[in-house]
Design a protein around this ligand. Structure first.
Ligand code: HEM
Length: 182
């Protein structure tokens, strides 16, 4: 996992719970390098799990709720890399149907060895989009948070439901998005 995800997690935790909480979860996670991350470095996913579990223990917040809030934080930070891509004119569904292309072109330029997820559109109507989320990591709650951030940014609130699914490419999470009245 790229270091930028860890540095953003620390920024998010500091904003929510204060700088001491960042130190506390770094201590509790017993990391090999005392929590020093560079944004372009790559680190084991297990370190992120240890930090998230430590945060869950320290705050009592369930992991899906932590990931949801962190996902919204990530979107709000990352949107500044490419504001022209996340516009109201474009709309949420077009943005999400193009996110693999965005990850593979724009994000790859910054982080060539990133382990990026894939979002495949299964069906789309005016009000509903069904997306398959494929990743080697169990981070669908993070994906939901990032999408919530994008939805708020373009002013199109959505209801989201996740369910496990299996297809030609193996196991994935099906995310059904339904537009709510803004
Ligand atoms: C609606 C928009 C987006 C969605 C839904 C999305 C979703 C995700 C998710 C769920 C992950 C976690 C990794 C995984 O699931 O395997 C991820 C990773 C990542 N995304 Fe995105 N993302 C979006 C936009 C962006 C933007 C604008 C950037 C700009 C730089 C970005 C950069 C990254 C990076 C650097 C990673 C980490 C990859 C790694 O650790 O190797 N994403 N994205």
């Amino acid at each position: 996992m790229k270091g930028v995800v860890f540095t953003e997690l620390f920024r998010h935790v500091e904003a929510q719970h204060g700088a001491d909480m960042v130190d506390d979860i770094i201590d509790a996670a017993q990391l090999p390098h005392c929590g020093a991350y560079t944004s372009v470095g790559s680190y084991p996913f297990q370190e992120a799990v240890a930090l998230l579990v430590a945060l869950n223990k320290a705050t009592g917040k369930p992991l899906p709720e932590i990931l949801d809030g962190f996902g919204m934080h990530c979107f709000n930070r990352w949107v500044s890399y490419a504001p022209h891509y996340f516009t109201r004119q474009r709309g949420l569904f077009d943005i999400l149907e193009g996110i693999d292309n965005f990850h593979e072109t724009e994000v790859r330029k910054l982080y060539p060895d990133a382990e990026l997820p894939s979002f495949l559109s299964e069906s789309r109507s005016d009000r509903q989009l069904v997306l398959g989320y494929y990743s080697c990591k169990p981070l669908s709650a993070l994906a939901v948070g990032v999408i919530k951030g994008a939805a708020a940014h373009v002013g199109q609130p959505v209801h989201m439901a996740c369910e496990p699914a299996v297809g030609d490419r193996g196991a994935y999470t099906r995310i059904t998005l339904t537009l709510l009245d803004a």
